[in-house]
Design a protein around this ligand. Structure first.
Ligand code: 6PG
Length: 489
């Protein structure tokens, strides 16, 4: 008999994952309490002549699959995951049945579920990226859990995962975009950081578009063509490709550029916010990612922005730059590439810090490898990063690797010119500027934190360390005494 698998939750993601498995030789049973979702899977499977069927209850699902089972959950993150697990246990799922949560779950919920379900089920986690298309034709799969369970999951994930489209500089590199990244909830943590980078990458592209439009006066179509050209160089990526396509698309109703009729109020479902919270907790500087999350929050306050625009920009000078336009294009290109490198640098540094804090032993290079295909942030650049992350200096921070250093040195002038132009033209560039501020801060050996430490000691006796004393020894100045006296704490 062919190997079998169950899929719980037959919304479009679950249905597509089920069809993908069926196409790769698995006999699939889907389950969804909503009859319409089951029906949709049946209909699609019949149309494509694939071995996938659907049932309504957990009991039927278990009855249809020989034990030990592999049950893939594709339900909304949050309480639904707990409810489905409880439902499966109640229906008779046993300690050898492997349950894989494939939603965008909060990694701490995942850690809790590993503890709570121990002995009842074999719990396992996987972050899935690539949207509906990816689920159907090849997602990027960031798995985590016990190494022994991975041996059971591996054949499924390797069968359905994306193959990296990017040619690798080294053809021994595995093109399959699925891996066990670590234990427990680490797969969901990695997916969360993937989304943080996704937010940054999207925001950076939006800022580049805004700048070209506001300063050079380019129409969306023209920027789309330019982006398509950039997509053939070092910026080549899925997000660049779709942005080029979007900007060249007309509204079917009015014929105007579609981007002009879409309301400028961005949504978000929460993984970006989690990335910011986790970065803050870890003390991982991820300002570019944070700014990208906050830019969405600011965009959502449309009415307020309209009021403020009237209040401040009543007589804004909006002269279009007519000269050196190709230089400006190149500068914006360079700023975008530099920003993108910083997004990855912040994301991977955050992963490294989390790995150390939780003892996950994440293989950063393998993560870059499985992000080369299937996922939203797939980019040619990731093949370079995969190599860079193999070396110790690259793991501390991408910026410390010679290859990235050479790139950033070459991009710096254009990056800075772009931001000068943005400031002079009042074009908001929170992500591009935050990236540069972080870069400059990271490359500053002597920072003004000396003054900050003094301030803390002044009002709160928080003590400071001295450059000429041992590490970790605290000093306090009696600021109010005359003459001022220093004591060791
Ligand atoms: C992916 C995506 C996807 C994610 C949204 C984020 O990798 O396929 O990251 O999983 O849910 O793209 O959604 P918001 O933009 O709504 O937060």
């Amino acid at each position: 008999a062919p190997p079998s698998a169950g899929v719980v939750g037959l919304g479009v993601m679950g249905r597509n994952l089920a069809l993908n498995l069926a196409q790769h030789g698995y006999s699939v049973v889907g389950q969804d309490l909503q009859a319409a979702n089951g029906e949709a899977l049946r209909a699609q499977a019949a149309q494509e002549d694939l071995p996938a069927r659907a049932v309504a209850s957990a009991a039927e699902l278990l009855a249809e699959l020989p034990a030990p089972r592999i049950l893939i959950l594709m339900v909304p993150a949050g309480p639904a995951v707990d409810a489905v697990c409880a439902d499966l246990v109640a229906a008779g799922a046993g300690p050898d049945d492997l349950v894989i949560d494939c939603g965008n779950s909060d990694w701490e919920d995942t850690e809790r579920r590993f503890r709570e379900l121990a002995g009842k089920l074999r719990f396992f986690a996987t972050g899935v990226s690539g949207g509906e298309e990816g689920a159907r034709h090849g997602p990027s799969l960031m798995a985590s859990g016990d190494a022994a369970d991975w041996q059971r999951v591996k054949p499924l994930w390797q069968a359905i995962a994306a193959r990296a489209a990017t040619r690798s500089s080294d053809d021994t590199v595995d093109p399959v975009c699925a891996a066990r990244v670590g234990p427990g909830g680490s797969g969901h943590f990695v997916k969360m950081v993937h989304n943080g980078i996704e937010y940054a990458d999207m925001q950076l592209i939006c800022e580049a578009y805004h700048l070209l439009r506001s300063t050079l006066g380019y129409a969306p179509q023209r920027i789309g063509t330019l982006f398509a050209k950039w997509n053939r160089g070092p910026l080549a990526s899925y997000l660049m490709e779709i942005s080029a396509d979007i900007l060249q698309t007309a509204d079917p109703e009015t014929g105007q550029p579609l981007v002009d009729v879409i309301l400028d109020r961005a949504g978000q479902k929460g993984t970006g916010v989690w990335t910011v919270i986790n970065a803050a907790r870890l003390g991982a500087p991820a300002g570019l990612i944070s700014e990208s999350v906050f830019a969405r929050a600011l965009s959502a306050r449309k009415a307020e922005r309209q009021t403020a625009d009237r209040a401040y920009n009543g007589n804004r000078v909006t002269a279009i730059v007519q000269e050196h336009t190709s230089d400006i294009e190149q500068n914006v290109h360079d700023a975008l590439l530099a920003g993108k490198l910083c997004a990855y640098a912040q994301g991977f540094a955050m992963l490294r810090q989390a790995s150390e804090a939780h003892g996950w032993q994440l293989d950063l290079s393998a993560i870059a490898r499985i992000w080369r295909g299937g996922c939203v942030i797939r980019a040619d650049l990731l093949d370079t990063l995969r190599t860079v992350l193999d070396s110790p200096e690259g793991q501390t921070n991408l910026l410390l690797h010679d290859r990235i250093r050479t790139d950033l040195q070459a991009l710096q002038a254009g990056w800075r010119s772009t931001l000068k132009l943005a400031i002079d033209s009042s074009v908001p560039t929170p992500a591009l500027s935050s990236a540069l501020a972080w870069f400059d801060g990271y490359c500053t050996a002597d920072s003004p934190a000396s003054l900050l430490q003094a301030q803390r000691d002044y009002f709160g006796a928080h003590t400071y360390e001295r450059k000429d004393a041992e590490d970790g020894v605290g000093f306090h100045l009696q600021w109010q005494a005359q003459p001022r006296r220093q004591t060791r704490r």
